[in-house]
Design a protein around this ligand. Structure first.
Ligand SMILES: Cc1ncc(COP(=O)(O)O)c(C=O)c1O
Length: 367
């Protein structure tokens, strides 16, 4: 594996503090769902102003737990944007549901609400996955009216949107039945591997807690071998990871300002550039953890970056490009984005002078 001088993402991670924290915990506490897990759940709950946080092993696990909790099965109709990480849709796919894909807006990775709302009226779904990408919340007033009318459930995939404020006291991913977040290494806050569900419903929270514990509704979770009452798996997070999450969460302010600064540096530096166009939002409340760009002659650009020790990420690919879905019609906008967008180096672990160096190199690119 090539090790690049400028990796595509630098997480914020303080090795010394991690080692100190982990040494404190080993064998002194329950190693799954221990005190650090409970502490992290409480901190996330207070931060996002939600009634329940159910910590788990990844954003993918959170999505699976949410899909089980909402009883999605082979009879369900599920609508999802074509432009998302496959983890969003895998749970419904595994359940055998009918899946309807929706295109994005032209030139954007966000779902087209115009098309989504039309598909809701046509198919009357049981579930919609509402995906918020790259720290940019995606809501729509007609969608909310249709939800009330047709009574479908919504799982918000907020894996890339922690913690993005949408209004005073309200955060992206917390407005519908269940929101799913990722605390993976490539996120603003990480616990190396981790994620969580949020809900304001006591009933759903109870279900999610059982699902996390192989469907067994026991408290503390692995204390007794009680009978399982719902389908579930072992989605319990480890205490070591949660302690990393706690340390990382204490750097939240710094991480937010770093990511915002990096975003505005890229936006300002390439505002009038003919060869590199940064697509990120300039909105005040957005928190873009990745720098998405369209470049002229992508293959040549990739070679140029490799030569200059800059690692790139090809961003999300569409669901319809895989051979897992029969649904292939009218998805051209998202296909266009999938084939042309790249992620430039970013992340809260980057120092500003490093980002400036990268930008200076990239400015030399001429297609
Ligand atoms: C949109 C989206 N959904 C879900 C996930 C899954 O999260 P995790 O990697 O924590 O399983 C990701 C991961 O990056 C993602 O980007």
């Amino acid at each position: 594996m090539t090790k690049y001088k400028f990796p595509w993402f630098k997480p914020s991670a303080d090795k010394k503090i991690y080692i100190k924290e982990i040494k404190k915990l080993i064998n002194k506490d329950k190693m799954t769902m221990g005190s650090s897990c409970l502490k992290l759940e409480k901190k996330l709950k207070d931060l996002l102003k939600v009634k329940h946080v159910i910590l788990t092993t990844s954003g993918t696990s959170a999505l699976m737990m949410a899909t089980i909790a909402l009883n999605i099965n082979q009879k369900s109709k599920v609508i999802c944007t074509n432009m998302t990480w496959i983890a969003t849709i895998n749970p419904a796919k595994i359940m055998g549901s009918k899946i309807i894909l929706v295109d994005t807006e032209k030139g954007s990775h966000h779902v087209s609400f115009n098309l989504l709302n039309k598909k809701i009226k046509k198919y009357k779904p049981d579930l919609v996955y509402l995906v918020h990408l790259n720290g940019e919340p995606t809501y729509n007033s007609e969608f909310e009216i249709l939800k009330k009318k047709f009574k479908f459930s919504v799982i918000e995939d907020s894996a890339q949107c922690f913690p993005v404020k949408i209004k005073k006291n309200s955060f992206c991913g917390t407005l519908h039945e269940i929101g799913c977040f990722s605390l993976a290494i490539s996120k603003l806050v990480n616990m190396v591997y981790g994620g969580f569900c949020v809900t304001n419903s006591d009933k759903l929270a109870k279900k999610l807690i059982s699902i996390r514990n192989n469907g067994v509704n026991a408290s503390p979770e692995n204390a007794k071998m009680e009978l399982s009452s719902i389908n579930g798996l072992n989605f319990k997070p480890s205490n070591l990871h949660a302690s990393v999450g706690l340390t990382n969460l204490s750097n939240l302010k710094h991480n937010i300002s770093q990511v915002k600064l990096i975003n505005s540096l890229y936006l300002n530096s390439f505002r009038n550039n003919k060869f590199i166009k940064v697509l990120n939002s300039k909105k005040q409340n957005s928190l873009p953890i990745y720098i998405l760009a369209i470049v002229k002659k992508r293959k040549k650009f990739i070679k140029f970056c490799k030569y200059n020790n800059i690692e790139l990420h090809y961003n999300l690919r569409t669901l319809s490009e895989t051979n897992l879905f029969d649904y292939k019609k009218n998805l051209n906008n998202s296909l266009d984005i999938s084939k042309n967008v790249i992620r430039l180096p970013s992340g809260p672990g980057y120092k500003i002078n490093e980002v400036k160096k990268i930008i200076n190199i990239l400015k030399k690119y001429k297609s």
